[in-house]
Design a protein around this ligand. Structure first.
Ligand SMILES: [Zn+2]
Length: 110
């Protein structure tokens, strides 16, 4: 399955666009543009790296949404954690696909 052209985070849809060739040539794999609702991603690298980068940028969006400062270490750790958790336990994703129509998120209940 290819990476989608959009991603929903906290009920807001973000476009997933290719990162510019200049940024790609500089080794930048992803960037989140919170105000524009866009996540830029280098999809030319292998899928595992693209997915980890997507998680990383999604965490940055969440950090912005929760009005916290962008925290590189936190984004890196959470992205790696979620990616490895799903890769090692694919049944988790299958449960969401099979059993849930929507995944509600309530910040206040956390
Ligand atoms: Zn980052």
């Amino acid at each position: 399955m290819p990476i989608s052209s959009h991603m929903i985070i906290f009920d807001r849809t973000y476009e997933i666009k290719d990162i510019s060739p200049l940024q790609s040539s500089e080794g930048i794999l992803g960037q989140s543009a919170y105000r524009d609702g866009v996540i830029y991603l280098d999809k030319s690298v292998d899928l595992s790296l693209s997915l980890r980068t997507l998680w990383h940028e999604a965490v940055h969006v969440a950090q912005q949404d929760l009005s916290t400062a962008a925290d590189e270490a936190e984004a890196r750790w959470i992205a790696l954690f979620v990616h490895n958790l799903l890769a090692a336990n694919p049944w988790l994703a299958e449960c969401y696909l099979d059993e849930l129509d929507t995944v509600p998120f309530d910040v206040e209940s956390e």
